[in-house]
Structures are given as C-alpha cells and as structure tokens.
Design a protein around this ligand. Structure first.
Ligand code: NAD
Length: 354
C-alpha cells in the first residue's frame, strides 16, 4: 500500500430523502424560484406523473421519455417546454426520464428537479448519453446536473422484481468500478462500500417482501451512494464492455450491467487487489468476484448474454470494439483475455472459486 494522494472535486447536490417526501417537491421548486414546472415521464408512468403534476398546480406533462435519450424525443420535449412556458423540469422516473430532463436542461438552461423511481443513479451524475440515428454519444457536463433530487421510497414500491434486480446490480457495478477507478479517493470509496452494502442487504429482502419500506429505503439510499460514485470518478472495463454490447446489439442496459459485473471484476481482480478485498469484505465473502456472482445468482438475475439477445457471432466484433480505445483500467486490456471473458459471459460460464 502506498501513501495516500488524490484529487477530488465534489459535485454540488441537494438531496431530500424520505418516505412521503414527494409532498416536498412544491417547496423545493419554490426554493429554486420556479413556478411553472413541466413534468417528464415515460408513457408507462404517465398516470403517476399526471397525479404528481396535478399536485403541482395542474402542471403540464410530457410523457414520451425513452431509453438512451433519442434526439427526436428531446426535440419534442423542447417544444413541449416552450409551448408550456415552463421555467423548470421535474423528471419523474428512472434513468430514461432523468436523461430526457438533462437533455432539455442542457439546451435551455432550465432548472431540473429529479424524482428517481429506479436505482440507476443518473440523478447524481453530470453524465448524459444521447442517441441520434442509432448512434449513442455520451457527454460529461456540469450543466446537466440536477439542482435537487427528491427521493421518496413510496414511489419505488411499484418497481417490478426484474427491474429491482437489474437496476440494483447496475448500481452495484458503478460502485465496484468506482473502487478501482484511476481517480478514486477515500470519500467516493467509502460511499461505494456503503452503496454495495446497502444494496446487497436490501435487494434479497425486497424480492421476498416487495412492499418492505425499510428494505426499499435502504436500496434507494444505496442507489444514491452508487450514483454519486459514478458521477465523481471515471469508469473502466465494465462500462466499456456494457457500452459496446448495448450499442452493438441493442441489449437492455441494466441487465447487461448485471451480467458483465462479476466477469469484469474477475478480469481486474489481480490488478486491483485492494478494491476486490473491499468488495469481498462488504459482501461477507472470501473473494469479491465470487461474491458478486453469488449475489446475482441469489437474486435470480440474468447470467448469460445469450439470454438477453446477444448473437453468438457477435463475440469477436464486441472483443474488437472493447479493445479499441479502452477506458482507463487497472489491468491492461488484452484482446485474447477480453474475448474469453465475453465468451464466458455469453454462455453464463462461471469458473472462479478463489
Ligand atoms: P428506465 O428509466 O428506462 O425505466 C425502465 C422502465 O421501468 C420504464 O418503462 C419506466 O417507466 C419503468 N419504471 C421506472 N420506475 C418505475 C417504478 N417505480 N414502478 C414501475 N415502473 C417503473 O430504466 P433505468 O434502468 O432507470 O434507466 C436506464 C437508462 O438510464 C439508460 O438509458 C441508461 O443509459 C441511463 N443511465 C444513465 C446514467 C447517467 O449517469 N447518465 C446512469 C444510469 C443509467
């Protein structure tokens, strides 16, 4: 272990957390000096979004948010904000809806209040992924960071089990990569440990008792902690692989993260022994990657890329893309080893028992 040295820029964040805190959105908007919110949601959550909008003085709703922030949806959202004369945005939903809020904020400067209903963590990051004509680009800009986040556990009680698992493991992946990030620091690593611990403890409880408010609350706290880590430090191999797989084969975002996580951790284990020791300790296991794999199995998460739509003949293409322009990563990116990782993740073959 070497002497401690780090550079850390903390992101500004106002977080209002608690059961029933949705009732505080009105006062949060007053605090931001906003009077005419536009509420954003997906089509699937439009009913709940409409109820929230009603409580905010019959605010208008734009309910077209979609995965990966398509440019045409953003364009329609901009029109909706302009025609409503909106002076702020309330993004009610998961990463897709918060992405739409960030995309409109970037282009208008409108203030953004995020009301997350999944564990994706986008609300805590200055990162925005957008898609135009099938091409996804990602930017990091402080201009997209929400001014405030209202976490209300009651809004997450309806999140269905498969989403709880996939989105929860997606959050754990941010924290695991945060622990071995090239720019990790004691604050983000402490938060990463807290986030992994909170999610590992709460996700199995939620599956047993979906309306367990205490467990749901612990998971939502974990999501914030993991999202904060994602927003503050750089991601490595795991995120590169997920980006390539999602972009090449249109695989579902959270499920891809859930499947790749133990494999990416195993790839990096020898190069990041301290990070993996922390993961192992938090999970109460002898080995970090084995602990992550066991957690996924225990939660009944998807474990093979072939089960979520990856074609067998895509392995080589993915290995080529993943080894071109790699993200900073503790272990050198070697094509042969990455191809082997992808082949194992494709079939769901897990052999590590350290
Ligand atoms: P999502 O926002 O796409 O939501 C998935 C589905 O679940 C939607 O139909 C949504 O309406 C529904 N849903 C959400 N909350 C619900 C609830 N409480 N009850 C019932 N249904 C609910 O999924 P996600 O995993 O939160 O977000 C994925 C997107 O977020 C991807 O586009 C990803 O790239 C992005 N993302 C961005 C960041 C970032 O920092 N920029 C971080 C993580 C994810």
């Amino acid at each position: 272990m070497s002497a401690l040295a780090f550079t850390y820029t903390a992101l500004p964040a106002r977080v209002v957390f608690g059961a029933g805190s949705v009732s505080k959105i009105g006062s949060e908007l007053e605090r931001l000096r906003c009077k005419r919110p536009l509420v954003l949601s997906t089509p699937q959550q439009c009913k709940d979004a409409a109820a929230l909008a009603k409580s905010l003085g019959d605010a208008p709703v734009f309910a077209e948010a979609a995965m990966h922030t398509p440019a045409n949806v953003t364009a329609r959202g901009l029109e909706a904000a302009a025609s409503a004369g909106a002076d702020c945005l309330v993004a009610f939903g998961g990463g897709s809806t918060i992405g739409l809020g960030k995309a409109i904020k970037l282009r208008t400067g409108l203030k953004l209040l995020a009301v997350p209903t999944t564990y994706a963590g986008s609300e805590a990051t200055p990162i925005l992924g957008q898609t135009e004509q099938g091409r996804k680009t990602t930017l990091r800009d402080m201009a997209v960071l929400p001014e405030a986040i209202v976490y209300d556990v009651e809004l997450t009680l309806t999140l269905p089990a498969p989403m709880v698992v996939a989105s929860g493991l997606n959050a754990v992946a941010h924290a695991v990569e945060g622990l071995y990030a090239h720019d990790a620091n004691p604050v983000t690593s402490g938060l990463a440990e807290q986030g992994i611990a909170a999610l590992a403890a709460s996700l199995p409880r939620i599956l047993e008792a979906p309306r367990d408010v205490e467990a749901r609350s612990q998971a939502l706290f974990g999501a914030w902690a993991c999202g904060t880590v994602l927003g503050a430090v750089g991601m490595g191999l795991h995120h590169k692989l997920c980006h390539v797989l999602g972009g090449s084969f249109d695989l579902p975002h959270a499920e891809t993260h859930a499947i790749i996580l133990p494999y990416a951790a195993a790839y990096n284990a020898t190069a990041a022994p301290e990070a993996m020791a922390r993961v192992a300790r938090v999970l109460g296991r002898g080995d970090g990657p084995d602990g992550l794999h066991d957690l996924a199995m225990r939660l009944g998460a998807p474990t093979a890329l072939r089960d979520i739509g990856m074609p067998a003949n895509g392995i080589d293409h993915a290995a080529d893309l993943a080894t071109a322009e790699p993200y900073p990563n503790p272990r050198r990116i070697e094509r042969g080893a990455i191809r082997a990782l992808l082949a194992d993740a494709y079939a769901g073959t897990w052999t590590r028992q350290a």
